[in-house]
Design a protein around this ligand. Sequence first.
Ligand code: AHE
Ligand code: ZN
Length: 297
Amino acid sequence: MKTRAAVAVEKAKPLEIMEVDLDGPKAGEVMVEIKATGICHTDEFTLSGADPEGLFPAILGHEGAGVVVEVGPGVTSVKKGDHVIPLYTPECRQCPSCLSRKTNLCTAIRATQGQGVMPDGTSRFSLGGKKLHHYMGCSTFANFTVLPEIAVAKIREDAPFDKVCYIGCGVTTGIGAVINTAKVEPGAKAVVFGLGGIGLNVIQGLRLAGADMIIGVAGAGQEIATRPFQLVTGRTWKGTAFGGARGRSDVPKIVDWYMEKKIQIDPMITHTLPLREINRGFDLMHEGKSIRSVVVY
Ligand code: AHE
Ligand code: ZN
């Protein structure tokens, strides 16, 4: 079939809106009609050419929400009509990483995902017979995309796509960094470096966790340093990917928190654009005028 998509034809060039070919889902895969997608700095990082895993031509985008329109053979956990959020960190519940319960970094399909292809080593996207790469296993800058079943989280049907798409990356990373990774306790004091699309979600995570004092500091690109003594005496530095969240298990709960008004999303979505204006979303990010731009199909 054909689908509209914003294609990253080569690095550091604006995305090009075009019709591309999309093959149907194979075994264990689902086709999703993407209804909305956020534009994240990681899309910009890859488009700029700085990402060591960046491949071109590709269909970028990893912060989406949509509806399952077709399932391939053997798919059991979702069905046509289900509302889903694509997961760049999947959750297979079978690989050594998932079974260890020590990490959210499922390794089931990480190798092929990094090569811009589906788990069978091929791409579902093409243009004039030539392969287009998938991106972060999601490619949400296409109106229709194909994902492995283990890389979609089924969510409630009353959640608005143009808001909960942000849970596909920024919201979950920020809140999860506090709850899952730092395990912040009530009464804690916290300093947040950088108040963009992630940092603001770290702050609302800290409020949820009951932090006493939250300090707003530093701009993007600045570095942190400390005396080794600080670490020697017990402090730790930690990184977090997707907020330590296990996507299929945790993302539906975060959608519930939004619907129950326990967390906010709307004030951080500063711009909503049609697909043909997606490059303006990148411009707004460069100019520091947006927190999150969301593209609606
Ligand atoms: N591909 C890059 C790294 C990009 C990166 O750090 N990705 C984050 C998600 S960013 C979301 O906006 C991540 O979770 N990575 C873990 C993973 O397994 O991809 C590189 O340096 O190669
Ligand atoms: Zn992101």
